[in-house]
Structure formats: C-alpha cells, structure tokens
Write a new protein. Sequence first.
Length: 83
Amino acid sequence: MSLEFAYRFREEVPRSGFRDLDIVVLTAPVVSDDGASIPAGTEGTIVSVDESGEMYVVEFAEPEGAFATVEPHEIRLSGNAGR
C-alpha cells in the first residue's frame, strides 16, 4: 500500500467538524474523567481534539474544573458559539 493511497483513504473519513475552543452542550449525560456525573444540557468548552477528530476532551465549569472525554454524538454546538 502506498502512502498516497493511505492518505486518500484517511482524507475520506467523515469528521464531525468540532474544533478546539468550540463551546458545546451535552446532548446526553456523561461521567467526567474523575467520575462525576454531568447532566445533559451542560455547557462546556472543547480543550482537545484527538487525531481522528472523533473524540473530544471538554472542560466544564460545573462540577468545578471537570473534564470529560466525549464522542460527537454526545455534544452539539452551543447557541453561544461564535465562530
């Protein structure tokens, strides 16, 4: 397999389009990386996007300083997002 083929294959992988510092809202409850429950509707900020663009680390103000690793189907852009 050539590198060019692998690149073209990777290029066609659908991406969700979320970016670092996007303000998002949870569409489903999640458990933070340290075990706290975060309810649906909670707003947070994406602080990290994995290489594939399909996993995100989101920081939440409540519970204070909570981080959760989420998938695209668990979040949506906030109405407060200013791109």
